[in-house]
Design a protein around this ligand. Structure first.
Ligand code: OSB
Ligand code: MG
Length: 364
């Protein structure tokens, strides 16, 4: 790929309002943008979406910076294809989000070198994908849903608190009885709450995301066996091997694929293919991320087994200002899959530098 330089730019994106789950609150959104440059002057962009605190997975912005600068960046020098990266860093355990930022930049660069879009490169079959929204704890749920419906969003995911799920869902159902609605528990239930979770089976939810902690395939299996509402795994799936176990143990009926949680696009595609072969639908998760990740997500979500609207929203859902051009926007409930080369959007370097909190570069 003739890579001459790799750069990290950490930025701090101001959020329109805090984003809260049962596990923690995000008040602003630091991310690390990865740039890889080749000998012809082309640049590929990736994003590290680790959070400032380890409330979602074990990584943080700070652990990612350490792993990137001390271990990952030198590995990009001799690659011929982005798919080689994951294997080339296999002795560095975990740190999926740090790896994803680098692999994402490599995929974008590679597609630009081939002069095709990332979606085309990976065999995408859709020109647009349906938008879905996440409603954070602490939001005015009804008001927010009305606004999102007016924009055409077609799937609604509520963050919920233990014991208050029914009340919250019923309040929405009162005004919108047929709304495609789901909840995301972010692993907040324990073994002692299996019966409580099963009691939510009559609420007609599209699915329930990650009721039990990551790693507990057994509890998910135990509950799924007794529920008709599909369980969807998020935090539990950090690799294709995890997806294999979840499917074999019948721990879920749906999987949320986040590129950043599984260590990159190559692994995400493997999970997509595995799920497709087993009749398990997938959808694309979100990380309250910048347009760089959103553009990568749209390429992924153009694959055939993405069969539910994902956590795919427009540039201005969480931020006043995005770092990409043009902004990704929801039109009549859909986001277009970019058709320009690579991820199909460019990064506004002026905005990037204005938001920059630290940087690093390595030349070859
Ligand atoms: O569990 O999917 C999650 C955001 C932060 C941490 C965890 C999760 C989320 C989301 C995605 O729900 C929000 C989005 O990007 O739209
Ligand atoms: Mg989730």
């Amino acid at each position: 790929m003739n890579i001459k330089e790799v750069r990290l730019i950490e930025i701090d994106l101001p959020l329109k309002k805090p984003f809260t789950t049962s596990q923690g609150t995000l008040r602003n959104r630091p991310v690390i943008i990865v740039e890889v440059k080749d000998d012809c002057g082309l640049t590929g962009y990736g994003e590290v979406t680790a959070f400032p605190t380890p409330f979602y997975t074990a990584e943080t912005t700070q652990t990612a910076w350490h792993i990137l600068t001390d271990f990952l960046l030198p590995s990009v020098k001799h690659l011929d294809h982005p798919e080689q990266f994951h294997q080339s860093v296999s002795t560095i355990k975990g740190h999926q989000m740090a790896k994803t930022g680098v692999e994402g930049a490599l995929w974008d660069l590679y597609a630009r070198q081939q002069k095709i879009s990332l979606s085309e490169l990976i065999g995408g079959v859709r020109t647009e994908v349906k938008a879905g929204a996440v409603i954070s704890l602490g939001s005015r749920t009804a008001v927010e849903i009305d606004g999102l419906l007016a924009e055409g969003y077609s799937r609604f995911k509520l963050k919920v608190e233990k014991g208050k799920e029914r009340e919250k869902i019923m309040a929405v159902r009162k005004t919108h009885p047929d709304l495609p609605l789901m909840i995301d528990a972010n692993g907040m239930y324990g073994e002692e709450e299996v019966e409580h979770l099963i009691s939510l089976d009559d609420l007609g939810l599209l699915m329930i995301e990650q009721p039990f902690p990551a790693g507990d395939f057994y509890l998910h299996h135990k509950a799924q066996k007794r529920m008709s509402t599909p369980l969807c795994l998020d935090e539990s799936i950090e690799s294709c091997a995890d997806a294999k176990q979840a499917i074999a143990l019948e721990s879920c009926q749906v999987i949320n694929i986040k590129i950043s949680r599984v260590g990159g696009l190559s692994e995400a595609i493997k999970i997509h293919d595995l799920c497709q072969a087993h009749g398990i639908p997938v959808w694309c998760g979100g990380m309250v991320e910048s347009g760089v990740s959103k553009a990568h997500n749209l390429a992924l979500a153009s694959l055939p087994n993405f069969r539910f609207p994902g956590d795919l929203s427009g540039s201005q859902r969480y931020f006043e200002q995005d770092i990409i051009e043009p902004y990704l926007e929801v039109n009549r409930g859909c986001l277009s899959v970019p058709t320009e080369e690579g991820i199909g959007v460019s990064v506004n370097e002026n905005i990037l530098h204005r938001l920059e909190t630290r940087k690093y570069s390595l030349s070859f």
